[in-house]
Design a binder for this molecule. Structure first.
Ligand code: PEP
Length: 254
């Protein structure tokens, strides 16, 4: 089934108005694939305004949302607020949130529901730590993370979300999963989703994340179950990000 490639940029706790301008310029000639950009929450409104004239395949999103829509939760941002300033997508469950902010799979499931209620498309991040892989537990870890979303949100959820497989050991380490390792897990994820919602399993986009760069993107995107990327470090350089987008476009055209 033809799934349109999606390349997403996660700026994490980085970026500037200058980087927003570079992205606005680079993505103004609608790339032939989908590009979603996740600046820090304070830059979402600025970037969304800059993208206003861009094609619908270019979107701005938030890197995180809170589990409640409104209320006395000083310092938090909700899906509704993100939507209000122009976000149309949200990352939930990034491993840095799970590890540094103790987010549980149940919390991630609640955030997924919050995003969908506010009409933001969630990218749900899943992935194992190195110890899990060494112990042969990688699949179990990923299944537990997905199962939490499935049981909280119902099986229909898979029609409305994107999943990013990001092995924790590959994030920011410079050591990406091999195309074979990534394909194997992507295939497992598609089979898991198939067991819950067969039609959705064929259409859902599964992104790979973890030390993607312009040198490894081509081989990764050629794998049958890899539909795009979630890019961290390399997204801070507009030319590197542009090269990865180009690799995904070429891979799709082959
Ligand atoms: C990420 O943080 O989602 C990520 C994939 O980071 P990097 O590309 O730097 O490994």
């Amino acid at each position: 089934m033809g799934r349109r490639p999606l390349v997403a940029a996660n700026w994490k706790l980085n970026g500037s108005i200058g980087l927003c301008k570079q992205y606005a310029e680079k993505l103004s000639n609608a790339p032939q694939i989908d590009c979603w950009v996740f600046p820090s929450a304070v830059h979402v409104s600025t970037l969304a305004k800059m993208f206003k004239e861009s094609a619908a395949n270019v979107r701005v999103g938030v890197q995180n949302i809170y589990t409640e829509p409104t209320g006395a939760f000083t310092g938090e941002n909700s899906a509704e607020l993100a939507r209000d300033v122009g976000a149309t997508t949200a990352i939930v469950g990034h491993s840095e949130r799970r590890i540094h902010f103790m987010e549980s799979s149940q919390g991630v499931a609640h955030k997924t529901a919050q995003a969908l209620d506010a009409e933001l498309t969630p990218i749900i991040c899943v992935g194992e730590q190195l110890d899990d892989r060494d112990e042969g537990q990688a699949e179990e870890v990923v299944e537990e993370q997905l199962e939490a979303v499935n049981s909280h949100c119902s099986t229909a959820v898979w029609q409305h979300v994107t999943v990013a497989y990001e092995p924790v050991w590959a994030i920011g380490s410079g050591i990406a999963a091999t195309p074979e390792q990534a394909q194997e897990m992507h295939n497992r994820i598609r089979v898991m989703i198939k067991n819950w919602n067969e039609p959705a399993s064929k259409a859902i986009r599964l992104l790979y994340g973890g030390s993607v760069n312009s040198r490894n993107a081509g081989e990764l995107i050629s794998q049958p179950d890899i539909d795009g990327f979630l890019v961290g470090g390399a997204s801070l350089d507009i030319d590197s990000f542009g090269d990865i987008v180009e690799q995904a476009r070429i891979g799709d055209a082959l």
